[in-house]
Design a protein around this ligand. Structure first.
Ligand code: SAM
Length: 264
């Protein structure tokens, strides 16, 4: 795997992202991007490419480009687009922060569930804003920190959760995103917060949510096993945090933040 920084990556990640997109909701993703006819759009951190494919499929007169740091994911997304015969969609490898595109080359740039993995979100947002033509729009969407209603019900687990989040998601705080957009020279900043359908468990999580939880938590926990107390402790952490979500007596509430800004 070529992307050491994306801590939750694993062999089946693109298939997981495809499944997760169904939980997240395709219509929600499309509304987030709100593509205008005939425009050029960039999907930054595209992963499996489900949202760029959706936009390209529904908006045949738009030109859609997807970029991801991981060549394996770009290959997956490209193969899917080719299978569908989408000629207005292309993918390439690139890292947000130093993206391989000219200034002002897109009308809309979006990133979905990307910024929380990046240690330098200010630099990332500046790079994404750089790519917009005047009047163009940057849209970012990500979860806030999940909140367990009855914490600290299990202080040991809570401490491990803190450790996990601190290492896995150095840039988790979505409330900083509007500030970084202002610093990048964007205006008309808009913030919308709704309930996140992937990481909100009001009572027992669904089977699909639990599978997603296990698949996302395991690779990160194993990579940071030392900080969690060793390999056995890391495995135990995954089991306990998933069991918490499966418990009908628990509640986890997570917000989904959509933040957008316009290039002057
Ligand atoms: C949680 S996935 C989200 C994928 C997709 N946007 C979605 O919502 O299904 C995060 C993606 O960001 C990519 N990524 C991580 N760091 C990146 C960077 N610096 N530049 C570009 N892509 C990056 C990962 O490879 C991964 O595909």
């Amino acid at each position: 795997m070529s992307d050491e920084k994306y801590i939750i990556s694993f062999e089946g990640e693109c298939d997981r992202l495809e499944r997760q997109s169904l939980m997240f909701g395709h219509e929600r993703g499309f509304q987030m991007v709100s593509p205008q006819p005939g425009t050029r759009l960039l999907d930054a951190g595209c992963g499996s490419g489900w949202l760029s494919r959706l936009v390209a499929r529904r908006m045949p007169d738009c030109e859609v480009v997807g970029v991801d740091i991981n060549p394996d994911y770009v290959a997956f997304a490209t193969a899917r687009a080719e299978e569908e015969g989408l000629t207005n969609l292309s993918y390439r490898v690139g890292a947000v922060g130093k993206l391989p595109f000219e200034d002002g080359s897109f009308d809309t740039v979006w990133s979905l569930m990307l910024l929380m993995f990046l240690p330098d979100r200010c630099g990332a947002i500046a790079d994404l804003a750089r790519l917009l033509r005047p009047g163009g729009r940057l849209v970012t969407g990500q979860q806030g920190t999940p909140r367990h209603a009855d914490a600290p019900r299990d202080p040991e687990l809570e401490a491990q959760v803190e450790t996990f989040f601190g290492i896995a998601f150095p840039g988790w705080h979505p409330q900083d995103i509007p500030l970084h957009m202002l610093q990048a020279g964007l205006s008309d900043i808009d913030v919308r917060i709704e309930t996140d359908p992937v990481w909100t468990f009001l009572g027992a999580a669904t089977e699909a949510q639990l599978r997603n939880h296990r698949e996302t938590t395991t690779p990160g926990a194993m990579r940071m096993a030392d900080a969690l107390g060793g390999e056995a402790a890391a495995r135990d952490f995954v089991e306990r945090i998933v069991a918490f979500a499966a418990d009908p007596g628990t509640v986890t509430v997570t917000g989904f933040w959509t933040v957008s800004g316009r290039k002057v």
